[in-house]
Design a protein around this ligand. Structure first.
Ligand code: IPE
Ligand code: IPE
Ligand code: MG
Length: 252
């Protein structure tokens, strides 16, 4: 990654720019297969695409970027591939943390801590603590994340609060549920991008994506960078977000 602290600030994309972009980074395996390479190389190249994308988000003044890096269902992959993905997460934090901190990036990690290597958890805690007061890009890393698991954990938390008398049953509403999720305090994504041509959510941000605009790109994740991010944002700009109401563009 280039030295982020030296990155010239290009003007933001305008008042209608997405505040929160979420990305399902898909296609690392197919990228490698096309080249006759092992899947691990695809994942390594995928980390380079993460670096480019973070830098582009900073340059474009996007306030929130969420990346889906390991799903709760990815444990069903071969042990060797899981080890590779865990190793890459550790290396990404170790290698890039200082630079991201320098670039004023605040890092949040969402997902279930259960079942994650304690060494990785302490790295995650170190990262979130160190960057907690940064005011630039908020980078949300979804790691060991599954939306159904997140919602179930939130439901259990709220039920415990009620059972122990700290919360009334009547106060469980949409806001209370949003605040009990891992993404508490993070605005819902405006734009969700999935690479590799697949058109599904794969258990990503099910609650938060209620009114998100989806952009599906054929590009495989290791080929993603600023151009593709801008392409997705351009598609977002021509969408008409109605939230169940009437078009703001209609003249009738
Ligand atoms: C995305 O690439 C990375 C993760 C899911 C961790 P894939 O590994 O899913 O790549 P494909 O879909 O097999 O090409
Ligand atoms: C979604 O990709 C998960 C991540 C990008 C981390 P997958 O490749 O795991 O999704 P499916 O299996 O094709 O739905
Ligand atoms: Mg995939």
């Amino acid at each position: 990654m280039a030295d982020l602290s030296q990155t010239p600030r290009t003007p933001p994309l305008g008042p209608q720019a997405p505040r929160h972009v979420a990305v399902i980074m898909d296609g690392n395996g197919r990228w490698a297969k096309k080249r006759g390479l092992p899947r691990s190389i695809g994942h390594r190249e995928g980390v380079e695409a993460v670096r480019r994308t973070v830098q582009a988000a900073i340059e474009l003044s996007i306030p929130y970027l969420t990346i889906y890096s390991f799903s709760s269902e990815n444990w069903s992959r071969p042990a060797e591939e899981i080890d590779e993905l865990m190793g890459l997460m550790k290396r990404f934090i170790r290698r890039d943390l200082a630079e991201l901190h320098q670039a004023n990036v605040r890092i949040l990690v969402i997902g279930d801590r259960e079942g994650v290597d304690p060494e990785l958890l302490s790295l995650v805690d170190e990262t979130t603590d160190l960057t907690s007061t940064n005011t630039g890009l908020t980078l949300v890393i979804a790691f060991n994340y599954g939306a159904r698991n997140e919602i179930a954990r939130a439901a259990r938390h709220l039920a415990t609060e009620v059972a122990e008398g700290r919360l009334s049953l009547e106060s469980i509403d949409v806001d209370a549920i949003s605040q009990a999720l891992d993404t508490s305090g993070v605005p819902d994504p405006d734009l969700l991008i999935r690479t590799s041509g697949e058109q599904r959510l794969s258990n990503f941000l099910l609650w938060q994506a209620a009114y998100t605009e989806f952009v599906f790109l054929d590009c495989l994740w290791p080929d993603f960078g600023r151009d593709q991010l801008e392409e997705a944002i351009a598609k977002y700009h021509v969408r008409d977000r109605r939230y169940g109401g009437l078009s703001r563009r209609s003249t009738a």
